[in-house]
Design a protein around this ligand. Structure first.
Ligand code: ZN
Length: 440
């Protein structure tokens, strides 16, 4: 089986050629744990979970590492407000993150290193970058010297000289050039910090990922993933740090980035307002619905996330669960699912192909591979068919359906009928008027 994947570094879809056929090394930037996970934070977790499942199906071993940022100015601020140590905040939100991701069918990576457990390794890496004359010390800070790294800007397609000369932003006076970034910074006595050769302080954000890749995977890895928003400066800086510490040319062979998640303009729910955290969404929708919604757009495209996407996803799952009547043990994952996934992780096509599978066993096995249809049909309908709609919501949707029909937008009208049907509301058109009742 040949996997093709888009590489941000070459700007092309490439045939995936691992460093070692026996063991794949993948690293993805993880969460900063100081608050509830936003649905946007769930997208990379679900996308790279899908890639992880696919790689595990092809290769004998996949080592997947996703870090946890547990020291950060936002965490410090949250802890200060509560007058608690940062570990109080980070433990709480790490646990919540894990619960949320489990609900979305996200498998745990093989390693989830925390920054606070890796300070010695980070200090060692900074020291090597300094020894290789790619960084300098100024005013208790250690800064990476961007001019020392020729390849800087290659991943994000930026011109290094332009970046250095064109900077109009006010430059901190401890920096030689605007583009230089912090490897280590001083902490006040009341801030979290560690003793280092450069004084009491804490690491800058970018260095943790370079250090953890080195510690848990080695100097060069196959795949490095994250959201598109991390390409610059975070991933650009990671490449500069790692190559400078190792005197090497290559850090990650394939850079894979997921697109943005936009919240749909409309309010998602009258009762809840604009739902944005995974926890709140899970109160209204099953984790499988949210997972399907996240995978229904190709990972590199922006997602328009909102109520209509969630309702469509719930509808698809209802239809699939209706076809399910057996266990999956002896079945194989359908080629109609694998082939699109092998082509740059085409999950929208894989999902639409699910509905074409006739054999219930193959359907179950194939959907499980996508992290879906994990329940029995009975469980699903028992859990997911309580009507939670208020009379006002129902009346409003009926009005929208009437308007759609007047405009001959029958697709929209059917979509609304399905949405109501999902909530156990049945419509009957009598004498040009629509009446409704709740199914028993
Ligand atoms: Zn990172």
């Amino acid at each position: 089986m040949n996997l093709k994947i888009y590489n941000t570094l070459s700007k092309e879809k490439e045939l995936f050629k691992p460093l070692d056929q026996k063991s794949i090394k993948m690293y993805v930037c993880g969460p900063t744990v100081y608050n509830f996970a936003h649905i946007g934070n769930a997208r990379p977790a679900v996308v790279f979970d899908m890639l992880y499942r696919l790689l595990k199906n092809i290769y004998p071993e996949v080592i997947y590492v996703r870090n946890i940022t547990d020291v950060d100015d936002k965490i410090n601020e949250a802890a200060r407000k509560l007058n608690k140590p940062i570990s109080f905040i980070t433990k709480k939100y790490t646990d919540i993150y894990h619960q949320d991701m489990t609900s979305l069918g996200v498998l745990r990576p093989n390693h989830e290193p925390r920054v606070t457990d890796n300070i010695d390794q980070i200090i060692s890496m900074i020291q090597r970058i300094l020894d290789n004359k790619k960084a300098y010390i100024n005013d208790s800070h250690v800064l990476f010297d961007v001019t020392s790294f020729d390849e800087y800007g290659k991943l994000s397609n930026r011109d290094k000289d332009e970046m250095l000369s064109g900077a109009r932003v006010e430059v901190a006076d401890y920096k030689k050039y605007a583009g230089d970034f912090v490897l280590w910074k001083p902490s006040n006595k009341d801030e979290p910090g560690w003793n280092s050769p450069w004084g009491y302080g804490r690491p800058g954000w970018h260095i943790e990922c370079s250090s953890m890749v080195e510690t848990y995977l080695g100097e060069e890895i196959d795949i490095h993933g994250g959201g598109q928003d991390l390409i610059f400066p975070h991933h650009e800086n990671e490449i500069a740090q790692s190559c400078s510490a190792h005197n090497s040319k290559s850090y990650a062979r394939y850079w894979v980035h997921n697109g943005y998640l936009n919240m749909e303009g409309e309010k998602m729910s009258k009762s809840l307002g604009n739902i944005i955290t995974v926890k709140e969404l899970l109160e209204e929708y099953d984790g499988e619905v949210i997972r399907l919604a996240l995978l229904s757009t190709h990972y590199r495209k922006p997602i328009n996330f909102g109520k209509s996407l969630l309702e469509q996803s719930k509808n698809i799952l209802n239809k699939l669960y209706k076809k399910l009547n057996s266990e999956s043990d002896e079945a194989l994952v359908s080629e109609d699912i694998l082939i699109p996934l092998l082509d740059d992780l085409n999950t929208p096509l894989a999902i639409s192909n699910l509905s074409k599978i006739k054999c219930s066993k193959t359907l179950k096995k194939s959907a499980n591979f996508l992290g879906l249809l994990n329940r029995t049909s009975e469980e699903w309908f028992a859990l997911n068919n309580k009507s939670t709609m208020s009379e006002n919501d129902i009346e409003l949707l009926i009005k929208q359906r009437d308007e759609a029909r007047k405009l001959k937008n029958f697709a929209k009208a059917d979509e609304i009928r399905d949405q109501l049907d999902n909530n156990h509301v049945v419509l009957e058109d009598v004498d040009g008027k629509t009446i409704w009742r709740v199914k028993k």
